[in-house]
Design a protein around this ligand. Structure first.
Ligand SMILES: [Zn+2]
Length: 370
């Protein structure tokens, strides 16, 4: 029996034990240093990617070869918002299935990469928070997985992972300074500079969902997942767009009827893409919602362009499914709001990896420096 199998067949320890055991290890390692960066220079073997979200909607594990080709991929979405133990139990089962010895004919798993849909301290391998889920605050996920699997592990925020994946395999190939904007349930950002994720001092670089873009944000009760007002996420995330649309439509019977028609009478299911399409078809309420997205996302991107001077901005997540209805107006906003020298060479593109960006990102994390 391999070490990997033994690790997976152990019963799941209580969370207190995991945290306490890893806390002593953390004090021994130096904050700010990423431990899993040594070059393996391997030519044979595999990597494993893991995707974890706080919403329960996206839990998956993938086995990939050293070229990044995914050989096997398992998804186990959950209906409700899971706690730590629920997700870890789920992961253990998926890891055992993906790393079945039958699949590992060309060698062992060399590294595991994890894309986490929350705040992550990548330098210490710790999940700071997993939005909407309980029990993840300061959870030492990297230590936990390394001890269970006896395989080096690297964890990062899912937007950083998706950014890296788009630069290596998607829309940003060959680009030197790239901003990735994940417009999903929340808003995440990742900056990849010269092929590497830029983390900042405390691994908070790129948290663009919390950029303050609307000074009077509290007037409209658009509250962010962090509790703040006027943040970009509270205006331009998929959840914010749907909520604002439903809230505004109450006073407009024609718009309400249109929403019922396109959602099969389940208004709460309206997607950001559907709001953009309603706006394009002339619905005034949808146009108001969409104009807010253009305005405040435009302000955020214009500020970032002046700070970072990127060559490409890649838009991913559910809101990006609006396609040209989102791209063209944003490109125009950047032209209007930025110094020509800063914006003339910025291309805004849709991500090419779509909903797979996070899991491919996890695999890409694992492949770094191999
Ligand atoms: Zn916020």
């Amino acid at each position: 029996m391999s070490v990997q199998q033994r690790g997976l067949q152990e019963s799941l320890p209580q969370q207190e034990t995991i945290v306490a055991g890893s806390r002593s290890q953390r004090t021994a390692s130096q904050p700010g240093t990423q431990r899993i960066t040594g070059k393996l220079l391997a030519t044979q073997g595999y990597v494993v990617g893991i995707e974890i979200s706080g919403s329960g909607a996206r839990q998956s594990v993938a086995l990939a070869d050293l070229n990044g080709t995914i050989l096997h991929h398992i998804r186990r979405p959950l209906d409700d918002v899971p706690d730590t133990n629920t997700i870890l139990q789920l992961l253990n089962g998926m890891l055992a299935e993906v790393m079945d010895p039958e699949r590992l004919q060309d060698g062992r798993v060399l590294r595991v990469g994890v894309a986490v849909g929350g705040l992550v301290d990548a330098s210490r391998g710790v999940v700071r928070t997993l939005h909407h889920a309980h029990g993840w605050d300061n959870f030492p996920l990297q230590d936990y997985l390394e001890q269970r699997l006896d395989i080096p592990c690297i964890i990062d925020n899912n937007a950083n992972a998706a950014a890296l994946a788009e630069v290596h395999y998607g829309a940003g190939i060959g680009e030197r300074i790239v901003l990735y904007v994940g417009l999903g349930r929340g808003i995440g950002g990742g900056m990849v500079i010269n092929g590497k994720i830029y983390h900042g001092t405390t691994c908070c670089a790129g948290e663009i969902g919390h950029l303050l873009v609307k000074e009077q944000g509290q007037d409209t009760k658009q509250i962010c997942s962090c509790g703040g007002f006027g943040h970009l996420e509270a205006i331009a995330s998929a959840q914010a767009i749907s909520r604002t649309m439903i809230g505004l439509s109450i006073e407009f019977p024609e718009t309400e009827a249109a929403i019922r028609r396109i959602t099969g009478a389940r208004a709460e299911r309206i997607t950001a893409e559907q709001v953009f399409r309603l706006a394009a078809s002339g619905d005034r309420v949808a146009q108001r919602v969409v104009d807010g997205v253009y305005t405040y996302l435009g302000i955020a991107l214009a500020n970032i362009v002046h700070l970072l001077n990127p060559s490409m901005i890649i838009l991913g997540g559910q809101v990006a499914q609006a396609g040209e209805l989102l791209l063209a107006p944003l490109q125009a906003r950047l032209r209007d709001l930025c110094l020509p020298a800063a914006s003339q060479d910025v291309h805004i593109e849709l991500g090419k990896l779509g909903t797979e960006a996070n899991i491919i990102g996890a695999v890409t994390l694992a492949l770094q420096d191999i």
